[in-house]
Write a protein that binds this ligand. Structure first.
Ligand code: MF3
Ligand code: CO
Ligand code: CO
Length: 269
């Protein structure tokens, strides 16, 4: 395992990429409404990245081993889709919940972040899943400091999600990120406290829990990318890229439109 430690100018490069990734989500927010297709959201984001930001959409043609090249510039995961939903001519309808996952490359550095959106108005159940998943991500982020361990992050997320009546997807995880989209370490969203890699200042990785309203089991669709819940229950995900600092953490994927962090009382153990 090779975990890179970023220094000085490298961290500054990551900050810029992270903010730009988040700004794509700010840009697309008003377009996420009933009637829009996920393909239109992809096209709008692609054009914003390439023509306005001068960033490269990292997903486009991304081809990790065992996968066909990813054909689009963002991921759009609706309702029972867990992650890696491929934009298409599918129309969002009132009440759909959708994760938009953006990864930009700027000056060689990656910024990876996702948010949940609601098309129109949805059910209290769906809203609660989105909210609990958001809090689960932040609970994980708050574990991050030098000397803490990856298992502390996973455990905190799992405990909170399961206590809330939900399940944590195991097959996909957060990841180190930098000049490489997915690098070591793997950041599991479940685990045991006091286990795993010891965090050091200068590490950058994502925390991106996928939480299911039903069982944790998943299935891959025939397109080779889209992941869905086996029991067709709703799934939610949020993602930030974080830096381990000398005193704790810095969230690198924030921008003017980022939702506020949860009330600290919600994050207490
Ligand atoms: N952005 C996703 C992540 O959080 C990865 C998407 S890979 C793709 O790691 F090819 F599907 F875009
Ligand atoms: Co990621
Ligand atoms: Co992502």
């Amino acid at each position: 395992m090779t975990v890179t430690i970023k220094t000085g100018a490298e961290i500054e490069g990551m900050r810029v990429a992270g903010r730009l990734g988040s700004e794509v989500l700010d840009y697309i927010t008003p377009f996420v409404k009933p009637g829009v297709t996920t393909g239109e959201l992809d096209r709008l984001c692609h054009d914003y990245m390439v023509n306005v930001q001068g960033t490269i959409p990292a997903p486009l043609n991304y081809a990790p081993s065992g996968h066909v090249p990813y054909p689009k510039s963002i991921c759009t995961s609706i309702n029972n889709q867990v992650c890696h939903g491929v934009p298409s001519d599918k129309v969002l309808k009132n009440g759909d919940i959708v994760n938009l996952d953006i990864t930009v490359i700027k000056d060689g550095w990656h910024g990876d972040t996702s948010r949940m959106f609601v098309a129109g108005e949805t059910t209290p159940q769906a809203r609660r899943l989105i909210q609990i998943t958001y809090e689960a991500m932040w609970i994980g982020i708050h574990q991050v400091k030098p000397g803490a361990r990856l298992g502390d992050i996973g455990h905190a997320i799992q405990r909170f999600a399961e206590k809330s009546g939900y399940s944590v997807v195991r097959e996909f995880c957060g990841h180190g990120i930098g000049r490489v989209f997915h690098e070591d370490p793997q950041v599991l969203h479940y685990g045991k406290p006091g286990t795993g890699l010891v965090l050091e200042a200068g590490m950058t990785f994502t925390i991106e829990p996928m939480i299911n309203a039903g069982k944790r089991d998943i299935r891959q669709m025939p397109d080779g990318w889209t992941i869905v819940t086996k029991d067709r229950s709703l799934s939610a995900q949020w993602e930030h890229t974080v830096l381990v600092t000398d005193s704790g953490f810095e969230v690198m994927t924030l921008s003017a439109g980022s939702p506020a962090a949860p009330d600290p009382s919600r994050l207490a153990a």
